[in-house]
Design a protein around this ligand. Structure first.
Ligand code: DON
Length: 309
């Protein structure tokens, strides 16, 4: 039961104030050096609703690196493009491993556990590279269309930084290629994947762009069909079981919303038939999820009664 959100702005500000000193509990990602340049004290939150409300607090209009949150959008594009064929090449099970783990991929013969761990997202990137004449441009224009904002951009500094430090992703991609599960050339797959991870967006833009997943695949602003209700259901199911990596069980247990994190410190949570929450705070916990971002989603879900279970 969703409670009255009339004074949501005040609530969001109070929530941010309550979390302000907790940035020391996490660590800003530095395995992509450009991400380590962002202040650990940045903090923002935005809530959008399918009936047109948008309320934010803190740094909610400042663009940050969306990183793995991009996997949600890449997945939607690939599902639309090749349909059920996708599920012959990637599974839909939680991995029980860190997001960039390689061990399971060899045991399971190059079939990633799900599309939101790195191996799965690289597989999705291969689908996009192989099925779009310019997959990077297609991705950026999809993001701009969903955000209703042409200022969404690719942060070239972050892209170059990950390109220079992306050996583990290269290893995952080459391993999948050795099993025949990647079609395009690996440098092209990596270049697409690092590009989509380097997209920079604000909490407000992300919370706007994901409303279709809360609305059975339809963008509530334009009434355009972004994906089928079945695909919206499937993406939300994957986000519920795997979106927070090896913390997904705990997240479902204590919060109860489909969600996705990124190592840039963003967290998005879908509230079906209601709206989207997006939070941003760079320090991460050991699972690669934002400490404060996760806390903020937890507090809001509790306060507003948002759990889907
Ligand atoms: O491939 C990587 O490692 C990064 N570009 C994205 C990882 C990520 O965001 C994991 N999320 N918490």
């Amino acid at each position: 039961m969703i409670k009255d959100i009339s004074n949501l702005q005040v609530k969001l500000q109070a929530l941010l104030a309550s979390q302000q000193s907790l940035y020391t509990q996490g660590k800003v990602a530095d395995y992509i050096p450009a991400l380590a340049e962002v202040s650990a004290k940045k903090m923002g939150v935005c809530v959008t609703t399918i009936d047109g409300k948008c309320v934010g607090a803190g740094d909610y209009q400042e663009a940050f690196s969306i990183q793995s949150i991009s996997k949600v959008f890449g997945l939607v594009m690939a599902m639309k493009r090749i349909g059920d064929e996708l599920w012959d090449r990637v599974n839909m099970e939680p991995s029980g491993q860190p997001f960039n783990s390689i061990i399971q991929l060899e045991w399971e013969k190059g079939i990633p556990r799900n599309p939101v761990i790195n191996a799965g997202a690289l597989l999705v990137a291969d689908v996009l590279v192989s099925h779009f004449s310019s997959s990077k441009l297609a991705f950026l224009s999809f993001m701009r269309k969903l955000a209703h904002d042409d200022s969404v951009f690719i942060d070239n500094h972050v892209y170059q930084s990950e390109l220079a430090h992306g050996n583990r992703n290269a290893a995952l991609a080459y391993l999948m290629k050795s099993f025949g599960n990647i079609q395009a050339e690996i440098p092209d797959v990596l270049s697409h994947y690092f590009t989509q991870c380097a997209v920079a967006m604000s909490c407000e833009q992300l919370a706007t762009s994901l409303l279709f997943l809360a609305n059975k695949g339809v963008d509530p602003r334009t009434k355009k069909i972004i994906c089928s209700p079945r695909d919206a259901h499937r993406v939300n199911a994957i986000l519920s079981t795997s979106g927070m990596y090896d913390q997904s069980g705990q997240f479902a247990f204590s919060i109860g919303l489909p969600a996705k994190s990124g190592v840039g410190g963003g967290v998005i949570a879908i509230v079906p038939n209601y709206g989207v929450i997006c939070t941003w705070s760079p320090p991460l916990n050991s699972f690669g999820n934002s400490v404060i971002g996760t806390n903020l989603v937890a507090c809001l879900a509790e306060e507003l009664g948002l759990s889907i279970y």
